[in-house]
Design a protein around this ligand. Structure first.
Ligand SMILES: Cc1cc2nc3c(=O)[nH]c(=O)nc-3n(C[C@H](O)[C@H](O)[C@H](O)COP(=O)(O)OP(=O)(O)OC[C@H]3O[C@@H](n4cnc5c(N)ncnc54)[C@H](O)[C@@H]3O)c2cc1C
Length: 364
């Protein structure tokens, strides 16, 4: 098939590479001038184990499977990564109950090696930590997400696929047996494809509305939840990822480490109504308060505003956390079209697994 993938984020690239490996003729259309310029360059770069997600959800399916595939891919393609492990910490008895629930859910999701440890055992691993107990997840890790996307792009090109940059998709219509796609930008024009994947991240809903015949009622609402990060001006004090118990809309302000050995904190949850990428320095006050629950030694003046990312959510504040949405023909009635909505965390971890299922669905 001639396949068009819209969006050169981590998910679009993974789908394009998988489709190319399956022998399809693949073009990726990307509105900006490079890969990973959307949500994919503004995240924690954490390889999630797959603990949190409700049984039967797409995230429970794709996170653990995607994580195993991602470690294997990074190993075989020379992508920098580290299986550094993670602790989800309880700072009081109420949180201990939450951590126990997470342990049970993680085990149901097939996450390997999870272990509940006491406060002293946690401090033996991470001496700066203050907690009454913790869930140890040895399978969690970090990845150089840009290196990963470059490797996907490389393999796509090796298999004859290509990316058209500065090429926004403007309209899509089905004229049997083909999809007719109108592009703007650098390579403006109309081309025909056998199959189309809408993997446009924050732009997925807007694009779906420009697909002729796509039922408007089937386009889910897009809810924006900004996640701000603060960098730590000092030497890292933790060697593992440290997470508090989850909060409404996110996983809580956690300690993330990157492959360059830096330590940073975030993301928090800031519900917004339009895209904006500035980090309000005043949010540091809340960060100090939250981080000191599990790291009382956080020095004054050590947090510096860093970057932020926007989660393309399908649910809002106070609502049950929505799952990923993979809309294929049964959802919208159109052949060989797949729209991906709400691909927030753990989309980076899940990318290779999502790609397998999306390409499989196009082939059936
Ligand atoms: C704060 C935050 C922290 C996160 N942390 C983690 C984490 O630690 N681990 C993890 O696994 N996941 C994490 N995620 C989730 C992960 O980053 C995303 O799920 C993933 O990056 C989504 O990739 P994508 O390819 O779907 O979207 P994007 O990367 O946004 O790519 C979509 C692309 O489509 C392009 N586009 C849009 N409209 C059009 C159009 N009409 N025509 C052509 N191109 C178009 C855009 O320019 C963009 O490049 C986090 C997300 C956020 C926001």
């Amino acid at each position: 098939m001639q396949v068009l993938v819209v969006g050169a984020g981590v998910v679009g690239l993974a789908i394009a590479r998988t489709a190319a490996l399956h022998g399809h003729d693949v073009i990726v259309a990307e509105a900006t001038g490079g890969i990973g310029n959307g949500v994919s360059s503004r995240n924690s770069e954490v390889i999630h184990a797959g603990i949190y997600y409700p049984t039967g959800s797409l995230r429970a399916r794709h996170c653990p499977r995607g994580r195993r595939m991602l470690y294997e891919f990074c190993g075989s393609h020379g992508v920098a990564h580290s299986k550094c492990g993670k602790l989800i910490v309880a700072t009081n008895t109420a949180e201990l109950a939450k951590v126990e629930t997470l342990l049970a859910q993680g085990r149901k999701n097939g996450v390997e090696g999870l272990e509940l440890i006491g406060g002293n055992a946690a401090r033996a691993l991470e001496p700066e930590l203050s907690c009454v107990g913790a869930l140890l997840s040895p399978e969690s890790g970090i990845v150089d997400s840009h290196g990963y996307m470059l490797a996907l792009w490389g393999e796509l090109e090796e298999r004859g696929g290509r990316i058209a940059f500065e090429t926004p998709v403007e309209r899509i219509s089905f004229a049997a047996p083909h999809w007719r796609v109108r592009f703007g930008g650098r390579d403006a024009g109309t081309l025909a494809f056998d199959a189309v994947v809408n993997s446009a991240g924050l732009g997925a809903q807007a694009l779906a509305r420009r697909i002729e015949g796509y039922p408007p009622g089937e386009v889910p609402p897009l809810v924006l939840a900004k996640g701000n990060y603060f960098g730590f001006a000092g030497k890292p004090v933790f060697s593992r990822l440290i997470y508090p118990t989850p909060v409404d809309g996110g996983l809580g302000v956690h300690v993330t480490l990157d492959m360059a050995g830096r330590m940073r904190f975030g993301p928090d949850v800031e519900w917004i109504d339009h895209e904006s990428y500035t980090v309000d320095p005043h949010r540091a006050d809340t960060f100090y308060e939250r981080i000191r629950c599990y790291w009382p030694g956080l020095p004054d003046g050590s947090l510096v505003p860093d970057y932020c990312g926007i989660r393309p959510k399908l649910s809002g504040p106070g609502e049950a956390q929505a799952d990923f949405m993979i809309a294929a023909e049964p959802a919208h009635g159109l052949p060989r079209l797949i729209c991906l909505f709400g691909i927030e965390s753990p989309g980076l971890t899940a990318s290779l697994s999502l790609a397998e299922d999306v390409v499989g669905a196009l082939e059936t």
